[in-house]
Design a protein around this ligand. Structure first.
Ligand code: THU
Length: 135
């Protein structure tokens, strides 16, 4: 698998940060943005979309992957996730999103960032060992 360059990662974080501005989070007030770099070179963004029926909330990461698949992309090099967690913390994708991402790119590079400019990089396989899959 092609490794994303530092420049691609930087641009992906910017895209996730911009997507975060579009978050609809009137219940939690916790806005999250995500951006996926497709193997086709395109960037697919998502933000969290909450609902008065709380359980129907869609996370930013799943919003991004659903849009990407609908646009015809099923392979991804990297994911960036951005939230405002202060300088001490960084958000990582929830378990449900890890499983959905792993359906398409189990070895995905996952870069998490906060608005204070801190980043942390993971591999999806490390965040979700022993995923449930077709086999
Ligand atoms: N959320 C995300 O969009 N992505 C994550 O990785 C963690 C949680 C959203 C869901 C909900 O709208 C809000 O953050 C609080 O849980």
């Amino acid at each position: 698998m092609t490794e994303p360059s530092a420049e691609q990662i930087a641009r992906l974080i910017e895209a996730a940060q911009a997507a975060r501005e579009k978050a609809y989070a009137p219940y939690s007030h916790f806005a999250v943005g995500a951006a996926l770099l497709g193997a086709d070179g395109k960037t697919y963004i998502g933000c969290n979309v909450e609902n008065a029926s709380y359980g129907l909330t869609v996370c930013a990461e799943r919003a991004a992957i659903v849009g990407a698949v609908a646009a015809g992309c099923r392979n991804f090099l990297a994911l960036a996730v951005v939230a405002d967690t202060g300088a001490e913390n960084i958000v990582t994708p929830c378990g449900a999103c890890r499983q959905v991402l792993a359906e398409f790119s189990p070895d995905l590079t996952v870069v998490c960032a906060n608005l204070a400019g801190q980043t942390a990089a993971y591999r999806l396989g490390g965040l979700l060992p022993h995923r449930f899959d077709l086999e």
